[in-house]
Design a protein around this ligand. Structure first.
Ligand SMILES: [Zn+2]
Length: 539
């Protein structure tokens, strides 16, 4: 981030030819737009912009419409900024966000031909110890490291893998098949191969009675060392309702997705999902997960499993057609759910996707018309938030908290799905503003994806990036971004009480509260990226 903050904020990965180009002016001065030959093609008079509440900046969003392929320059007396319009501008960053998950792989060597300078030996290969019975050892391999740490968490992992499956199911033309991962060329799409690496791990997290362990971690976070040097024992931490229901849903979805490619694996997935459901039925009373005494790794707490059960019931209905799953899903839906949430804590939206895009009329009136009406009504909220923001960012100032990128990508997904169901252009355009936010059109003038943009995240809270001795961080990882609640005293001290919410960010390795990465922040971004990459391929 050595280039100073510009008065023009743009999508630093470029703009797709055929798609509207929206830029933000943080200046009231007259502005000119020139093409690559230096011809002024547009002039904007001086203006007074309202102050954007989240950033404290006077921001004017300018939709330049679709522009022909080429280089452009915005200029005013306060500075200039270049941006590029090119075909399929967002495929490289979408691909990198998937490949970023490859770099999170645990238990295998990252070979030089796939990982380049980020190659490393296999990590975490010792058998796991059962927390509740230390005499029990179980070999559990694979999966993705969750975030900046080396833990592996069932619920967040299931959700992240599901996002990849949905990206491929819903927007296949935005998913590349040449990611240069070990499975490239195997006949299965690369995005599915990458997700399968997580799903094969997930299957091993099931206990013999059908429940899923909440996580596989040490009892504490590792220091900033490389994963292969992290040799303290890993534990299978007790089971939980939310982990079991999320894994159940993901595996039922996966069984359908992988059946044409790997029938035997698909059968194992469905069997595991049905067994998990039986456990849930036998344990109807929700028990919130708590870290056992002595465990200090991620909590991933949740105050309800109704949304996870709803998603699971929908997916099992789609996988088996059995009426018992329809009635379970209808009952859970009747209890009231927020269908526009797709992140690890609230997954009801993933159940809605199954009803609206897979089952459709086969879901029955309640799960199709009812879910559709509720979803469409609830997704208006994302559009309203976007309209209130200077940058069009779908987040209210008070909601810039840990991992603010997640609600922003969540809202992008709700607006994309709304647009897919209704054809509404206002929803699609607002969703695109969230993608622009992630890639640089924001108060920090920062591209949140490592390896992209002229002002990019350089010091994510990510152990391999901090410990590998390479200046550039591991590419294709998206930072959690601004967090106004300052849980870390050091962050509070550095930023002070007057920093606007959207600027509460430090590009510094220790700042997990503003600059951590996570598989379940990459994965919704893949879904959004696949949609817009597919759109720009088709336009
Ligand atoms: Zn590992």
């Amino acid at each position: 981030m050595e280039t100073p903050l510009s008065v023009f904020r743009v999508n630093q990965a470029g703009y797709a030819a055929g798609q509207p180009v929206t830029v933000a002016f943080v200046t009231g001065e007259p502005v000119s737009l020139s093409d690559a030959e230096g011809n002024v093609i547009r002039v904007f008079e001086s203006r007074t912009a309202p102050v954007d509440a989240a950033s404290g900046e006077p921001v004017t969003l300018v939709n330049l419409g679709p522009l022909p392929e080429g280089e452009y320059t915005l200029r005013c007396s306060g500075g200039e900024r270049r941006f590029t319009v090119m075909p399929r501008a967002w495929q490289p960053v979408t691909d990198a966000l998937v490949k970023g998950l490859y770099y999170q792989r645990c238990g295998c060597e990252l070979r030089r031909e796939h990982a380049g300078v980020y190659a490393r030996p296999a990590c975490h290969t010792a058998p796991a110890i059962d927390w509740e019975d230390r005499s029990v050892r179980k070999k559990v391999t694979g999966g993705w490291h969750d975030a900046g740490d080396y833990g592996k968490y069932t619920g967040p992992g299931a959700v992240a893998a599901a996002h990849l499956l949905l990206a491929w199911k819903l927007f296949p033309s935005g998913c590349s098949d040449d990611l240069n991962i070990p499975e490239t060329g195997s006949g299965m799409p690369d995005i599915l191969s990458e997700a399968l690496y997580e799903i094969e791990w997930l299957l091993q997290m099931q206990r013999s009675d059908g429940a899923f362990h909440h996580k596989l971690t040490k009892d504490h976070f590792a220091p900033f060392i490389m994963p292969q040097d992290d040799l303290d024992p890993e534990y299978l931490i007790p089971v939980s309702h939310c982990a079991t229901a999320a894994a159940c849903a993901c595996l039922a979805l996966a069984a359908r997705v992988y059946r044409p490619f790997r029938a035997a694996a698909a059968n194992r997935m469905l069997t595991a999902a049905l067994k998990a459901w039986d456990w849930l039925e036998a344990h109807p009373d929700f028990v919130p997960y708590r870290n056992p005494e002595g465990v200090r790794t991620g909590w991933y707490g949740d105050n309800s499993d109704a949304d996870e059960r709803f998603w699971a019931a929908c997916e099992l209905l789609a996988a088996t057609g059995e009426e018992r799953f329809r009635s379970a899903a209808e009952k859970l839906f009747g209890g009231g759910l927020l269908l526009t949430e797709f992140g690890w804590v609230n997954v009801a939206g993933l159940g809605a996707v199954c009803c609206l895009f897979d089952l459709k009329e086969k879901a029955g009136d309640v799960l199709y018309s009812g879910v559709k009406d509720t979803f469409l009504a609830q997704s208006e909220w994302a559009l309203a938030l976007s309209a209130q923001s200077g940058y069009g960012t779908s987040l209210s100032p008070e909601h810039y908290t840990w991992g603010s990128i997640l609600p922003i990508m969540n809202h992008a997904i709700s607006m994309i799905l709304n647009a897919e169901l209704t054809g509404r252009e206002d929803m699609r355009s607002a969703a695109l503003l969230q993608w622009h936010y992630a890639l640089g059109m924001n108060a920090l003038d920062l591209c949140f994806v490592t390896g992209f943009g002229e002002r990019s995240v350089m010091h994510p809270h990510h152990r391999p990036s901090g410990a590998d001795g390479i200046d550039a961080p591991v590419p294709g990882l998206i930072s959690g971004g601004p967090n106004r609640s300052f849980p870390y005293p050091s962050t509070r001290e550095r930023l002070g009480p007057d920093t606007p919410p959207a600027k509460c960010y430090l590009d510094e390795t220790p700042s997990a509260d503003t600059n951590e990465i996570a598989i379940y922040w990459n994965s919704p971004s893949v879904l959004v990226g696949a949609y817009f990459s597919g759109k720009s391929r088709n336009s």
